[in-house]
Write a new protein. Structure first.
Length: 217
């Protein structure tokens, strides 16, 4: 199994990487954090690898998955993830990744997980957050919110998205599941995998893509 290893924002030439990479014929590449099209696309053009392994943060993984989506490689290429901080990674929890993920990412098989997109052209692999929300939120046909909430969290789930509506410390959060969640709210800044959207939004949608992500976990 030959992996295209993408180390985002840090070296991937220490620890177990050299031994495991050489044993599989893989070659690590160092690229910037939250890499852009110019950083990733030239590396994806080759056909000598059978998986892509991302070493970085949830935001780094999302940036690489977006390039797989834009280059029509989602259905073709399994994706492994080695988080730099396992405890802070929502993807590690959603995918059920063990603490030692290097060997798993390089050698294990893949299973489908929902790929969540948004209507601003991005993807969500871990956690999406809208804070201080005032307005209406639908999860499929269910009204998840009509009024105010201190925080709404969205993660990929079996149906597409899992939505958690936090109204306050004295009220139990509402939990919803569906293929899509739609916001019509006062202006707020969505945060995608730890990265704030460049500008406030009054309408926002996260929805399940027609193809699943081939996640190694």
């Amino acid at each position: 199994m030959v992996a295209l290893i993408l180390g985002c924002g840090m070296a991937v030439t220490s620890g177990d990487w050299p031994k495991l990479a050489s044993s599989t014929g893989s070659m690590p590449h160092e690229i910037p954090a939250t890499p852009s099209r110019n950083d990733v696309d030239p590396l994806l053009k080759g056909d000598e690898y059978d998986r892509v392994v991302v070493h970085g943060t949830d935001a780094d993984l999302a940036a690489v998955v977006l390039r797989l989506l834009r280059t029509d490689r989602v259905a073709d290429v399994p994706v492994g993830f080695v988080p730099v901080d396992h405890q802070r990674s929502v993807v590690a929890r959603v995918w059920g990744l063990p603490v030692d993920t290097v060997g798993l990412a390089l050698t294990a098989g893949d299973r489908p997980v929902p790929l969540v997109r948004d209507d601003a052209g991005g993807v969500l692999v871990g956690l999406g957050v809208l804070s201080s929300v005032s307005g209406t939120v639908y999860c499929d046909d269910a009204v998840a919110l009509r009024g105010d909430a201190s925080r709404i969290e969205v993660t990929p789930g079996p149906a597409g998205v899992e939505v958690r509506v936090v109204r306050g410390r004295l009220r139990r959060p509402g939990v919803y599941s569906g293929r899509a969640v739609q916001f019509g709210v006062d202006a707020t800044v969505p945060v995608l995998d730890g990265v704030p959207h460049p500008r406030p939004a009054t309408r926002w949608t996260w929805y399940r893509h027609t193809e699943d992500l081939r996640a190694i976990h």
